[in-house]
Design a protein around this ligand. Structure first.
Ligand SMILES: Cc1ncc(COP(=O)(O)O)c(C=O)c1O
Length: 385
């Protein structure tokens, strides 16, 4: 009899089974489902990226195993992009590494730095991949429960108080809460973690999805951060490239080396042609990214203003394409809210409980459908509230 390993069994149950099943049934029945559940942009990848990929495909040099550490030009160009965006110097040879999407790096890093039983601090609610990554490495998780009253941020004193923690994961702009931080937050975090000898893992997958021109900072902008921090970046959301699987890790050279060593034993790197596509993405005219931000801003306004107009009080996100909303009082919990939305309005939202207990009482709505669909969604929600 085949059984799952203890480490797989240690993962929390998949809470979305029922919702997923109901969603598939609704679609199969031909119902007009508005899916605000997925964190996957609805737009097509930009043409220059597709063209670069086509060209790279024709080059037989790219038909072999990729360069272990990535196409050298990609590493150099990422370092240049980073310098321009954050003012931080990265050594392309030792301080950054291409990934098959940032999730891959997040999953692999703990295997390189966490020993069985090591304590790791995770904020909650959170993107579920951190929990899985730490669990697979045999780490012991201590959760820092976040609250709306504190802007969904961890308190420095709680991090200070945590005994013998080896690492902490943070993600700002955040999925699912869309919380953002300023550089001061990172300065405090670096000071606390340096004093405690803790590794900081920062997930900056949403660095370019921001509103009102307020650019999210990188933790690596803080003096001394490079002694203890590694940061994950992604091409997925910035360039509509979720399917292409490209990201990078950067920061402390030992942390980067640990990740690279794990990777060299698990995968053979990113398909070279995808890396050349990534170079084309980094070369893109910033106006395309501005257009993306403008589109999400329009959608954000449509959803927030629409829901407010029907009496649902919701804070507007400052970054990411997620709206994190307290469930209307007629619902007992986030799962019930999500079920009623699907059953009665053909709208998919993600119940907050899926991001951990601290996410209960909230739902996440993604701005990954057109403004017209958002208006329709608001009309439908109006009928059930
Ligand atoms: C917070 C966060 N980090 C990382 C990822 C993974 O992104 P990718 O693997 O596509 O780079 C996601 C994807 O949704 C995310 O929401």
């Amino acid at each position: 009899m085949i059984e799952f390993s203890d480490r797989l069994k240690a993962l929390p149950p998949y809470l979305f089974v029922e919702i997923d099943k109901a969603k598939r049934e609704a679609i199969a029945q031909g119902r007009d489902v508005i899916n605000l559940g997925v964190g996957d942009p609805d737009q097509r990848t930009h043409q220059p990226i597709i063209d670069a990929m086509k060209k790279a495909l024709e080059d037989a040099n790219n038909h072999h195993y990729p360069f272990d550490a990535g196409v050298p030009q990609l590493r150099v160009e990422i370092a240049q992009w980073f310098k321009k965006r954050f003012g931080v110097d990265l050594d392309p040879a030792t301080e950054l590494y291409p990934l098959i999407g940032s999730k891959e790096g997040i999953a692999h890093l703990p295997l390189g730095v966490i020993n069985g039983g090591d304590k790791v601090l995770l904020t909650q609610p959170a993107y579920p991949a951190y929990q899985a990554a730490v669990t697979f490495a045999g780490g012991k998780i201590q959760y820092l429960s976040l609250k709306a009253g504190n802007g969904w941020l961890p308190k420095m004193e709680d991090i200070e108080k945590a005994k013998n923690a080896k690492a902490i994961f943070v993600c700002y702009p955040n999925n699912p809460t869309s919380a953002t931080v300023d550089k001061k937050f990172y300065e405090d975090l670096v000071a606390v973690c340096r004093a405690k000898g803790m590794i900081i893992v920062s997930d900056l997958a949403y660095s370019e999805v921001y509103y009102d021109g307020i650019k999210p900072p990188s933790i690596l902008e803080v003096d001394g951060a490079k002694d203890i921090a590694i940061e994950f970046h992604s091409f997925s959301k910035t360039y509509y490239m979720t399917g292409w699987r490209l990201g990078w890790a950067c920061g402390n050279s030992m942390l980067v080396a640990a990740l690279a060593k794990v990777k060299s034993n698990c995968d053979s790197g990113v398909f070279n042609a995808v890396q050349y596509a990534g170079i084309a993405a980094l070369h893109m005219d910033g106006r395309d990214i501005d257009d993306m931000r403008a589109e999400y801003q329009t959608r954000r306004e449509a959803l927030i203003n629409g829901l407010r107009s029907i009496g649902w009080k919701i804070a507007a996100p400052q970054a990411t394409f997620y709206v994190w909303a307290k469930i209307p009082s007629k619902f007992n919990d986030s799962m019930e809210c999500a079920k009623v939305f699907l059953d009665q309005a053909d709208i998919v939202v993600t119940p907050g409980i899926g991001f951990g207990k601290a996410g209960e009482g909230y739902v996440r709505m993604a701005l990954t459908v057109s403004t017209q669909r958002i208006h329709q969604a608001v009309e439908r929600i109006k009928k059930i509230l």
